[in-house]
Design a protein around this ligand. Structure first.
Ligand code: ADP
Length: 308
């Protein structure tokens, strides 16, 4: 099965306004609260693709209870660790031109006991896990190298580890034998400490990261698709033009496509087609981490892959 870790879940509140101006009272045309955090977006899309992922992380307070209720309604397996602090709320304000302003809370702090309880649950679910996805930031209270620790557990248990995070926690995890990372251009620039101005730059920066033991590096480029680099191949994915409504969560949806494809042992090219189709479908809807399977069937046929 697929297990998805979201250390820092949230209630995502999407506000739709005609205009957004700082310093004025404004009325929202539409508010849509959903369970969020990058990992939960991934889990929702995996469920839409037809697999039921098990969800781990930390959850607390009234916000946590709301998220638990929602994930049970969606039909995800809930193995979250309960904590005393309140789970966070994140705001995404979108104006009539599609311009998005996000306000993200930091989230709660976990104790040593909370971490022990999480590790007990992790050990339990890993027995049946083939693919482990960890997405988003670490929580306050967790060691900065915690993703490295999880990567090493996956290596020992022969589990494919997909890590989608950024900053120090990603840098510290790079040597843990990760199966797949999916930086976008900004994340790759931060990771490789250089400017990425072309596909060649992206390929060059990714090749250097392969030396750290990462099996597949996938650079996502929004409307320009994706490039995947591994020991044997370089694949460039071209996606058709679409009418985008809200691309927030497209990266998470792509990760879901990869996790599903890897679980089903698809050829890497088919994993890429599915990942990109999921990212595209998500971009068509206001809700983050939302896809329609009909879109996937259509887009998969229109995605082309060039092999170098
Ligand atoms: P992230 O959310 O991590 O920055 P991207 O924006 O690169 O990730 O989106 C992930 C994938 O979703 C892309 O590789 C692409 O397949 C699809 N996608 C995102 N935005 C668009 C778009 N405007 N047009 C077509 N496909 C898109």
């Amino acid at each position: 099965m697929i297990t998805v870790i979201t250390f820092n879940p949230s209630i995502d509140r999407l506000y739709n306004l005609d205009t957004f101006q700082v310093g004025f009272v404004q009325r929202a045309n539409f508010v849509n609260p959903t369970p969020g955090g990058k990992g939960l977006n991934v889990a929702k899309v995996i469920k839409k693709l037809g697999e039921t992922p098990t969800c781990l992380g930390f959850i607390g307070g009234f916000n946590g209870a709301y998220i638990e209720h929602e994930i049970e309604c969606i039909g995800l397996k809930n193995k979250f660790t309960k904590i005393d602090d309140e789970t966070r709320i994140c705001l995404n304000i979108i104006d009539a031109n599609g311009v998005s302003t996000e306000i993200l809370e930091k989230g709660p702090t976990v104790s040593k006991n909370d971490i022990e309880e999480f590790e007990r649950k992790l050990k339990e679910v890993l027995v049946n896990t083939k693919v482990l996805v960890a997405s988003g930031s670490l929580l306050q209270g967790l060691p900065k190298e915690y993703y490295f620790t999880i990567g090493k557990i996956c290596e020992r248990e022969n589990i494919k580890f997909i890590l989608d995070t950024s900053g120090v926690s990603l840098e510290l995890a790079l040597d843990s034998n990760i199966y797949l990372i999916k930086p976008n251009k900004d994340e790759l620039e931060a990771l490789s400490k250089r400017n990425i101005n072309s596909k060649e730059d992206a390929i060059d920066a990714a090749k250097k990261l392969l030396n750290r033991g990462i099996k597949n590096i996938c650079v996502s480029m929004g409307k320009d698709g994706m490039i995947l680099i591994n020991e044997d191949n370089i694949y460039e994915v071209e996606v058709p033009k679409i009418e985008v409504l809200n691309p927030v969560g497209s990266g998470d949806s792509s990760i879901a496509g990869f996790a599903y494809g890897i679980l089903k042992e698809y050829h890497i090219k088919d994993c890429l087609r599915l990942a990109n189709a999921c990212g595209m479908s998500n971009a068509l809807y206001m809700e983050t981490g939302y896809i329609e399977t009909d879109d996937i069937e259509t887009f998969i046929k229109d995605i082309s892959i060039v092999e170098y």
